[in-house]
Design a protein around this ligand. Structure first.
Ligand SMILES: [Zn+2]
Length: 51
C-alpha cells in the first residue's frame, strides 16, 4: 500500500542512568520521591527537600 498508516511511533524516552541497586546491581527505577529496584525490591527514599 502506498499510503500506509503510520505505525505506532516507538519513541524512546531519553533514559538517564539511574542508581544501581546496592543489593543486586540492577538499575533502579526512578520515582518522584524514591528509587526502587524491581528485581529485589530494594527501595531508597530521597531525602525530602527542605523548605
Ligand atoms: Zn536490587
Amino acid at each position: 500500500m502506498a499510503d500506509e498508516k503510520k505505525k505506532e511511533k516507538k519513541t524512546f524516552k531519553p533514559y538517564k542512568p539511574g542508581k544501581m541497586c546496592p543489593k543486586c546491581g540492577s538499575r533502579m527505577a526512578e520515582h518522584s520521591d524514591r528509587s526502587s529496584c524491581g528485581r529485589c525490591g530494594y527501595a531508597e527514599f530521597r531525602a525530602p527537600a527542605k523548605k
